[in-house]
Structures are given as C-alpha cells and as structure tokens.
Design a protein around this ligand. Structure first.
Ligand SMILES: Nc1ncnc2c1ncn2[C@@H]1O[C@H](COP(=O)(O)OP(=O)(O)O)[C@@H](O)[C@H]1O
Ligand SMILES: [Mg+2]
Length: 242
C-alpha cells in the first residue's frame, strides 16, 4: 500500500486518468481499460489493457532510471495505478523512428519498415483540436511551446531512450520501429521524461514473424489487442536485467 491518498481528478485522457494526491508534487495515474486511435475517433473498452500497460510502463521507467534517464515514475501502487512526479507537460510529442511506418511511410510513400541508418526525430504539437500537427524547432520556439535549450535536451534524451529501448526489445526478439514520448518540467525546473512508455506509444515488430505487437493491431483491426500486450509483458519480464 501507499502513504499517498488519491484526491481530485485533474484530467481524464484517452488512456489514463490523472488525480492529485495529498502531496502537490505527486500525481496518481490510473491506467484505464480503454483503447483509442485516430485522435479518439475509434474507442473501445478492453478488460486487462490498463493493468498490462501500467506494468509495462512501470518496468520500463524503472529500467530507464537505472540507466541514468531521469523520469517521473515513483512507484506502482497496484495493478492499474502508479505514482508519478507532477510536471508541467511540454505540449509536444517527441518521436523517434528506426524503421519507416505510420505517418512517415504514408507521407513519403516509402517501403514499409525500411530501415534507417540513423534514427529519425520528429516533434508533433499536442493539440486534439488541431489534430496534433507536425512542428519544427523554430515553430515550437516561436509559439513558446519550448525554448531552444529544451528542444535540444528533448532530442538528446529521446535518443538515449531509443538506445536503451532498442536493447531491451532486441532481447525480446523485437524490433523497435518507432515510439513517442512526452517531457515535462518538474518543481525543480528540471526537464524530465513523463507520460507513458507502452505498446500504446511504441511500434514493435517481432523479428521472426514481422507481426505487429502494438496498438497497430487495434488501428488496423488485425486481431485481439490485450493478448498481444500480455505477450509483450511476458517477454519483458523475462529480460534478465530489466
Ligand atoms: N507527470 C505528469 N504530470 C502531469 N501531467 C502528465 C504527467 N505525465 C503525463 N501527463 C499528462 O497526462 C495525460 C495522460 O493521459 P492520456 O490518457 O495519455 O491523455 P491523452 O488523451 O491526452 O493522450 C496527458 O495529457 C499527459 O500529457
Ligand atoms: Mg496519451
């Protein structure tokens, strides 16, 4: 159990509910049994999804912290809930790609899962009304979404996350195709990694079968999602050093 008490609902998103606690610097995150795609246009309730993602995210954040990547994770409380450090979210989605997929593949009409020699980095402006448009550094700086130093920090940390995630997933016989992370500013004015890292926010492909093991299963209607997420968790729990 925990000494923290869940207080008021701060924000109900598409996958998580964020609550205040008795500590102003700590947020209670509830991972919901809900999956959405296409900016919420496709939405389904799925039993077991929340707890699987909560566990996967907890294990990954803990591992990243052990590898020197500071992040908001404090601890998992129970199956669907974790405590995190409260941050002021920077309204950007920071994306790293190792293989072509999703919007990149569509925009440039390139071969599906074409391998990149160097990771591709992108920023997207977090705005449901605007449908999360692509944004470059000078645009983000002009809009005061982040300053130049913060843009550089996010880029550098995202590459470190990529290096470690590639290692972990490789041990699981999985190629990390791409992923999205979010950053925030904590009460000490430090920029840290926040939100979640799970098959909702990563594209993962089995090295042998080349099958998707992530939210694309839902986006593309390829089958049941929860067993796929459970398979990711099972393989993750078998990685010795995670
Ligand atoms: N440590 C944190 N402190 C404050 N807000 C956070 C933190 N981590 C994530 N968030 C925000 O909480 C929300 C998480 O809920 P989610 O269901 O993912 O929302 P969304 O539908 O906006 O993606 C997101 O808006 C995310 O930016
Ligand atoms: Mg989200």
């Amino acid at each position: 159990m925990t000494e923290y008490q869940k207080k008021d609902l701060l924000y109900k998103g598409k996958a998580k509910e964020m609550f205040t606690t008795n500590d102003p610097d700590v947020i209670w995150v509830h991972y919901m049994d809900q999956v959405t795609a296409f900016n919420g246009k496709k939405k389904v309730q799925m039993s077991g999804k929340g707890q699987t993602n909560c566990k996967i995210s907890s294990l990954i954040f803990q591992d990243l912290a052990n590898h020197g990547i500071t992040n908001h994770f404090i601890k998992q409380i129970d199956s669907n809930n974790m405590l995190v450090k409260r941050v002021k979210i920077i309204e950007l989605e920071t994306v790293v790609r190792n293989f072509a997929s999703g919007s990149f593949e569509k925009k440039f009409a390139c071969e599906h899962l074409m391998k990149f020699e160097k990771p591709v980095q992108e920023f997207w402006f977090k705005s449901d009304e605007l449908n999360d448009p692509f944004i470059n550094d000078s645009q983000a700086i002009a809009l005061k979404v982040a300053n130049e130093d913060q843009m550089n920090q996010m880029r550098a940390i995202a590459l470190k996350v990529n290096d470690r995630l590639k290692e972990i997933f490789s041990e699981m016989n999985i190629d990390l195709v791409d992923f999205k992370v979010e950053f925030g500013i904590d009460s000490d004015n430090q920029l840290i990694l926040a939100d979640e890292i799970s098959p909702d926010s990563c594209r993962l492909v089995d090295k042998t079968t080349r099958k998707s093991l992530d939210k694309d299963v839902f986006r593309k209607g390829l089958g049941e999602l929860v067993p796929v997420y459970e398979e990711i968790l099972k393989r993750l729990e078998n990685v010795e050093e995670v």
